[in-house]
Design a protein around this ligand. Structure first.
Ligand SMILES: Cc1cc2nc3c(=O)[nH]c(=O)nc-3n(C[C@H](O)[C@H](O)[C@H](O)COP(=O)(O)OP(=O)(O)OC[C@H]3O[C@@H](n4cnc5c(N)ncnc54)[C@H](O)[C@@H]3O)c2cc1C
Length: 307
C-alpha cells in the first residue's frame, strides 16, 4: 500500500483506534510504527490488566487548555461505546475503586481487540518503519520517506504518543512534525508519574518500600484522598500519580498522613493527657510503627530540643 487514503504514524492505543475508525468509513489505512510491535504501552497499562475506561467520565476529568474539546470529544465517543466494544469482543472485566474498569485476564485482550477491529476494517500495519521525512503539497497530499520506502496519502495522522518510556518506542517525532507544520507547542510536563527523591525521603522510602498509606496529598489547592505507596525510589500509588499532573518543579507537596483527624487537636490533646509519652508511641496508635520510626529518624530524633 504505497498510496493509501490515510497514513497513521504510531500504532499505540490512539493510532490503532483512529486507524480502524477510518477503515470503517471505507478509507484505505496504513499504520507505520518504528517499533517491532504495536501497542506495547497498552500491555503494561494498569499493571498488565489495563484500566481501559471508567464508569464516571465527564469532561471535567480531563486536563486540557480547551475544555470545549473534551466536551465535543466525549459527545462523539464515550465510555459506554467503548464498554460496548469490549463486551462485543467477549472480554471479561471488573470494576475497582471509583468506577475504574480493568480486564479480568490481561491487557493483551484490549490490544487483541484493537488489532481485530483493525483487521476487520482492512487496516494494514507496518512495524520497524522509521520515518525519515514528511512533506506536504497541495497536489500530492503528504509524502513520507521511510526506512521501508516512500509513501503518499491524502490524510496523515500523527499518533506517536508522549515522550515517556523510550524503550517502548516513544520518540519526539510528533513534536518535531508539529513544529515543522507551524503548530503552537505548549510546554511539556510529566503527568500521572511517581515522584523520585535523592535526599532523606529516598532513604526512608527505600526502607518502607511496599507500604501503602491512606493519605490526603495536596498541591496548589488540589488534593487527592487515596493511597500513597512507598517505592525504592520515592513515592507512587494513586494519590501520588494523580497529584503529579498538577505539580510544577519547585512547588511543595503536602501529605496529610492523618486525613480523618485534626492532627493539631490530636497532639494538643495528647499534650494534656499523655505529656510524658513519646511522640512515636502516640503516633503509632494511628500509623504503622515502621512509618513512625522512619518519620522520627527523619524529622525529630536528631533535632535540637526547643527550650
Ligand atoms: C506504566 C503505565 C501504566 C499505564 N496504565 C494505564 C491504564 O491502566 N489505563 C490507561 O488508560 N492508561 C494507562 N497508561 C497510559 C497509556 O498507556 C497511554 O496514555 C497510552 O498508551 C498512550 O497511547 P498513544 O497511542 O497516545 O501512545 P503510545 O502508546 O506511546 O504509542 C505511540 C506509538 O507510536 C510509535 N512511535 C513513536 N515514535 C515513532 C516514530 N518516530 N516513528 C514511528 N512510530 C513511532 C511507538 O512505537 C508507539 O507504538 C499507562 C502508562 C504507563 C506508562
Amino acid at each position: 500500500m504505497k498510496k493509501p487514503d490515510v497514513i497513521v504514524i504510531g500504532g499505540g492505543a490512539a493510532g490503532l483506534f483512529c486507524a480502524f475508525t477510518a477503515g470503517q468509513r471505507g478509507l484505505s489505512v496504513l499504520v507505520l510504527d518504528s517499533s517491532n510491535k504495536v501497542g506495547k504501552k497498552i500491555l503494561m497499562s494498569g499493571g498488565g490488566r489495563c484500566n481501559f475506561t471508567n464508569l464516571d467520565i465527564t469532561p471535567e476529568n480531563y486536563l486540557c487548555n480547551n475544555p470545549h474539546f473534551c466536551i465535543s470529544a466525549l459527545n462523539r465517543y464515550n465510555q459506554w461505546q467503548f464498554i460496548d466494544m469490549v463486551e462485543r469482543h467477549g472480554i471479561a472485566y471488573h470494576e475497582r475503586k471509583h468506577g475504574e474498569l480493568f480486564c479480568d485476564e490481561s491487557a493483551k485482550d484490549i490490544l487483541a481487540m484493537l488489532l481485530d477491529e483493525c483487521q476487520q476494517a482492512g487496516v494494514v500495519i507496518k512495524t520497524k518503519c522509521e520515518i525519515k521525512t514528511v512533506a506536504a503539497s497541495e497536489q500530492e497530499g503528504y509524502s513520507l520517506q521511510t526506512s521501508s520506502g516512500n509513501y503518499q496519502c491524502k490524510s496523515l495522522v500523527v499518533a506517536t504518543g508522549g515522550l515517556s518510556i523510550p524503550t517502548m518506542g516513544a520518540s519526539g517525532l510528533g513534536y518535531e512534525l508539529a513544529e515543522q507544520f507551524g503548530l503552537n507547542l505548549l510546554p511539556r510536563s510529566a503527568g500521572l508519574v511517581p515522584f523520585t527523591f535523592s535526599d532523606g525521603i529516598k532513604q526512608i522510602s527505600e526502607k518502607l518500600s511496599g507500604l501503602a498509606v491512606d493519605v490526603e496529598m495536596s498541591v496548589n489547592g488540589i488534593s487527592f484522598r487515596e493511597n500513597l505507596l512507598f517505592t525504592h525510589r520515592g513515592i507512587s500509588g494513586p494519590a501520588t500519580l494523580q497529584l503529579s499532573s498538577y505539580w510544577k518543579p519547585g512547588q511543595t507537596i503536602s501529605v496529610n498522613l492523618l486525613p480523618d483527624l485534626n492532627s493539631q487537636e490530636l497532639l494538643l490533646g495528647y499534650k494534656k493527657t499523655s505529656a510524658k509519652s513519646l511522640l512515636r508511641n502516640l503516633l503509632a496508635q494511628h500509623l504503622s510503627k515502621g512509618l513512625v520510626l522512619e518519620l522520627q529518624s527523619l524529622y525529630w530524633l536528631n533535632m535540637p530540643r526547643q527550650q
